[in-house]
Design a protein around this ligand. Structure first.
Ligand SMILES: [Zn+2]
Length: 97
């Protein structure tokens, strides 16, 4: 393996590590309902595949209707159970959609 290839792999790994650390930091500072809404959307939204979810168009605008819909769902779930349990159930529900 040429040194430049190895250097490129090291740089790519460092970039991936920095991205993962930034995500961990962000997760630790977000409110639990917001984090659950993000995770639920990532795991369950099948509409994104069909480009009519609206989430992507809203960016990180939590006042948008798509973000509000997922945030309401997260809050409803948090009244019933904890975020970890909700996220364990989500993939099962997605398979039904
Ligand atoms: Zn979506």
């Amino acid at each position: 393996m040429a040194l430049t290839v190895a250097q490129a792999r090291v740089e790519a790994a460092r970039a991936a590590l920095a991205e993962a650390e930034a995500e961990l930091e962000a997760r630790s500072t977000r409110p639990v309902d917001v984090q659950l809404a993000l995770d639920l959307h990532d795991q369950v939204s099948h509409r994104c595949d069909m480009e009519y979810c609206g989430w992507g168009w809203e960016g990180l605008d939590w006042s948008g209707s798509a973000h509000q819909r997922w945030l309401r769902a997260a809050r409803e779930l948090l009244e019933l159970t904890d975020a970890d349990t909700a996220l364990r159930v989500a993939p099962v529900v997605r398979r039904l959609l």
